[in-house]
Design a protein around this ligand. Structure first.
Ligand code: AP5
Ligand code: MG
Length: 218
């Protein structure tokens, strides 16, 4: 089962991808998370990506496409994968199409998680992650018991460097100018589905996604 999750910054792509991964046993591929790990490790790719990410701009297509192809070719992706944050431009979508055709794979579902921008700003500003155990919190929606301390392992929580108001605004502009166009692109290809990612709880939204995925695999 090969899936794309589309959605603006903060729409819940990462949150829902983790739940799909646990339920369906296929890996989440977050290009943002891979880039953050590359930065942390101080690799050439990580260093190149840093300036773009901190400004909320897209990392150049050729770097992303090579990185995504390497990851999708991994052994753990044979039964499927969840793309979270890729593709993000028409060029990336075209490259993905060629990649999958070459691997004799197809896309089973492209799910767009739709949320209003005002709500997204609050979600992004409130987001915190434990870098030690990976647990996620949100100051507004799922606060840790002790301020800035992980409930699970007691480590200090981290705020992403691009989760500040100025960068968030640019991330939305970039999304509207370069990524939104993928909705029409995938509508024309079929398998495009939308879920309301705004009003329900994380579990309720996951139920809608699960239903779509179960239908798509028949
Ligand atoms: P990336 O890491 O992909 O960031 P993004 O697209 O801006 O998306 P986010 O990770 O911020 O949001 P999300 O949708 O995963 O939301 P989440 O589930 O965390 O990319 C970062 C950067 O890397 C880019 O700006 C770019 O520079 C570069 N990059 C990455 N991919 C690239 C590509 N393909 N091409 C070029 N450059 C690329 O949820 C957010 C918060 O809301 C959390 O706190 C969560 O708990 C909370 N939440 C979620 N759902 C709900 C709910 N239903 N109710 C209440 N709270 C909720
Ligand atoms: Mg994410």
């Amino acid at each position: 089962m090969n899936i794309i999750l589309l959605g603006a910054p903060g729409a819940g792509k990462g949150t829902q991808a983790e739940k799909i991964e646990k339920t369906f046993g296929i890996p989440q591929i977050s290009t943002g998370a891979i880039l953050r790990a590359e930065r942390e490790a101080g690799t050439e790719l990580g260093n190149k990506a840093k300036t773009f990410m901190d400004a909320g701009d897209l990392v150049p297509d050729e770097l992303i496409v090579a990185m995504a192809e390497k990851r999708i070719s991994g052994n753990d992706c044979q039964k499927g994968f969840i793309l979270d944050g890729f593709p993000r431009t028409s060029a990336q979508a075209e490259a993905l199409g060629h990649m999958l055709a070459g691997m004799q794979k197809k896309l089973n579902a492209v799910i767009n998680i739709k949320v209003n921008e005002d709500i997204l700003v609050k979600r992004l500003l409130g987001r915190r992650q434990c870098l030690k155990c990976g647990d996620n919190f949100n100051v507004y929606f799922n606060a840790p018991k002790k301020e800035n301390i992980c409930d699970s392992c007691g480590s200090e929580l981290n705020q992403r460097s691009d989760d500040n108001e100025e960068t968030i605004r640019n991330r939305f502009d970039v999304y509207n100018n370069q990524t939104n166009t993928l909705i029409d692109y995938y509508k024309n290809k079929g398998n495009y589905k939308e879920v309301n990612g705004e009003t329900g709880s994380i579990d309720e939204i996951f139920s809608s996604i699960k239903k779509i995925l179960e239908e798509s695999i028949g």
